[in-house]
Design a protein around this ligand. Sequence first.
Ligand code: MG
Length: 391
Amino acid sequence: MASQTVALVVAAGRGRRFGAPTPKQYMPLGGATVIRHCLECFLGHRAVDAVGAVIHPGDRGLYDRAVRGLALLEPVPGGETRQESVRRGLEGLAPLNPARVLIHDAARPFVGPTVIDAALDALDRAAGAVAAIPIRDTVKRAVDGRITETLDRAGLWRAQTPQAFRFTDILAAHRAAAGAGLTDDAAVAERAGLEVALVTDDEANFKVTTAADLARAEARLRRADDDRDYEYRGGQGFDVHRFGPGDHVMLCGVAIPHDAGLVGHSDADAGLHAMTDAILGAIAAGDIGSHFPAGDARWRDADSAVFLRHAKALLEARGGGIVNLDLTLICERPKIDPHRPAMTARVASILDLEPARIGIKATTTERLGFIGRGEGLAAQAVATVRLPRRG
Ligand code: MG
């Protein structure tokens, strides 16, 4: 198969800003190395036909260990500068004569499929395309630590990689620019008078330059692992209680003064009951009545926080956790809104959950039906939980 689109990963630098003996692209990352993650991004992309690297001649052993088992082009030895290394890499691709080449820095292990697509698509209308991020900070020019100029950030972008080019154009441009000391391939293309487009990249495609960057990269992979190891489930709960004699109602663990109470075996907290059933539903663990039978004297006038905590404990016993809860209380009276902050705080406290993960809303039924006639109130809840995939 002819290689129409080749990715060339530039790994010839020997940056050791970590203070480590190993160049940063060969540093361990998520059980592999920085460069392997980067190469796999291109190997896994359907628009990329072949992937190769430019490496420092002294790093061949490191490289071979890092890429074991991957189907790659023979690596090309780099030169003294990045520009020279890329030129040599392009010369190495000349026998393949691909239509397009993506040039990418090995120290960016998280290049995404979207930006690769965008860069290649842009080649339909320009000779080159650069992944870039618009500058949102104010930019200063300084000499000896003193500001000499504040630049207008409008129209300023940070150039990243990948940078995509039509192969023959960029090879010719690199040949013409040899020794010019340019820091990216877009500059080489611009120097040759080629039109280069910008495509918007995202911050995930950051460059691993410092030990802090490497820690950030590890954290990002751990999060991705978490997402692979967990699945997300939803559950819903619904509950109704009738009004009866009393001077307050319990809703979401908060006593709200009212000219009636709620009738029930426990404290009749429909809000907590609906949330309890939603969590039980998400783990297919029956309903509140099967865990706390209404006839059981132990639960007479019980604080419904006990039921909610029990549902959470069942979820946690399966290795899971609550992602969020969303509750709607349905009644004409009492007015819920003034009590919403206290309700949220109480549920957050019962479940040891951030308040931002608990939604409490209220509505009426426009005076229709039993709720509209003030005979009772209802609550419905949706829970999202995460559970380990195993088991
Ligand atoms: Mg109930």
